[in-house]
Ligand binder design. Structure first.
Ligand code: 13P
Length: 343
């Protein structure tokens, strides 16, 4: 019923030079981010912070195709009473919603987790659509360590993601399918490549079995990268080449687009990797960003909870969005990182 609209929305989410802002930190995660900048995590301060981002006209009109929101934010109003989702839409960007309920340990699979939130999801989607959301996000988490991930760990998560995606499309919501392979371990890039391949092969098998229309999804993968604790870090070119190898082997060209998570990479690394991939094109799909930390780290530091810092923080956010917008076109350069620090 919604096929044409889903395709149109998915295409708009990965429009040239644009990508997504992941501002859907759960209450626990945003508290961690605020703790790091010495700001108390109250409802009003969370609103002030996110309102600051969504009123960054430069970033929002030029480089942010859509914003992933947390339930609280989708229901919140700006200081002047305008719903925050309306601010986003007024800038020409699309409001989206995180719908998973986080992870719990997966019984029978020590060290692995499963994402919850399928029960009643269709009903929640109806409300989210009425509140203005046109896409959703569900994050599955796959960790790499000795003996994990297991097939059961991978399959349970990709199955849940496919079920979520089918429910989304039935309700007129574009699913962001996010099977994140964590970069927290000590593994090398080859191990990450092998695990990412297993995960994505299984993911597309499950999406097919659940009847999901690939032209109406956005895939949000992690990059293929060595674990943070590995002594053997890969170069920018190696990360870009390995990531594209995996994606080309696993992701059908009918998928509307690929929007990476940043996963704990430095801001500049996340941008450099994206740029390197786009320079290796032409690619079968648009390849862009759906960054949380790599877009917000700078503006958070500059803002620090103070109204007088709003303009400078907006400039810092717009700068990061601009650099990632260039990277999504393969037009970024390391010199741009050094030049013109806004803050
Ligand atoms: P990061 O870019 O900080 O990894 O966040 C993206 C996201 O939405 C994770 O689910």
């Amino acid at each position: 019923m919604y096929a044409d609209e889903l395709k149109k929305t998915a295409k708009a989410m990965v429009a040239p030079g644009k990508g997504l802002l992941a501002a859907d930190e759960s209450s626990g995660t945003i508290k961690k981010r605020f703790d790091a900048i010495g700001v108390e995590s109250t409802e009003d301060l969370r609103r002030d912070y996110r309102e600051m981002l969504f009123r960054s006209a430069d970033a929002m009109t030029k480089n942010i195709s859509g914003v992933i929101l947390y339930d609280e934010t989708l229901r919140q109003k700006a200081k002047d009473g305008t719903p925050l989702s309306k601010l986003i839409a007024a800038a020409g960007s699309i409001p989206g919603i995180k719908v998973d309920k986080g992870v719990v340990p997966l019984p029978g699979c020590p060290g692995e987790v499963i994402t919850e939130g399928l029960d009643g999801l269709g009903e929640r989607m109806k409300e989210y659509r009425a509140l203005g959301a046109r896409f959703a996000k569900w994050r599955a988490v796959i960790d790499i360590a000795a003996h994990i991930p297991t097939f059961a760990g991978i399959y349970t998560n990709t199955h849940a993601l496919a079920r979520y995606a089918a429910i989304c499309q039935q309700e007129g919501i574009v699913p962001i399918v996010e099977p994140e392979v964590l970069m927290d371990g000590a593994h090398d890039i080859d191990t990450c490549e092998e695990v990412a391949t297993r995960v994505l092969k299984q993911q597309f098998q499950d999406l097919y079995l659940q009847g999901v229309m690939l032209e109406g999804i956005v895939l949000k993968p992690s990059m293929v990268i060595a674990g943070k604790k590995s002594a053997k870090q890969a170069s920018v070119q190696e990360v870009a080449a390995a990531t594209l190898r995996v994606l080309k082997n696993c992701v059908p060209p009918s998928v509307a687009g690929i929007a990476f998570l940043s996963g704990g990479q430095s801001d500049a690394d996340a941008t450099a990797h994206l740029d390197a991939m786009n320079r290796m094109g032409p690619l079968p799909w648009p390849v862009t960003y759906s960054y949380g930390r790599a877009l917000q780290h700078e503006p958070q530091k500059v803002w620090a909870g103070k109204a007088e810092n709003v303009t400078a923080a907006q400039a810092a956010f717009s700068r990061r969005a601009h650099l990632n917008g260039l990277a999504s076109l393969g037009k970024w350069s390391p010199e741009l990182e050094k030049a013109g620090k806004a803050a």
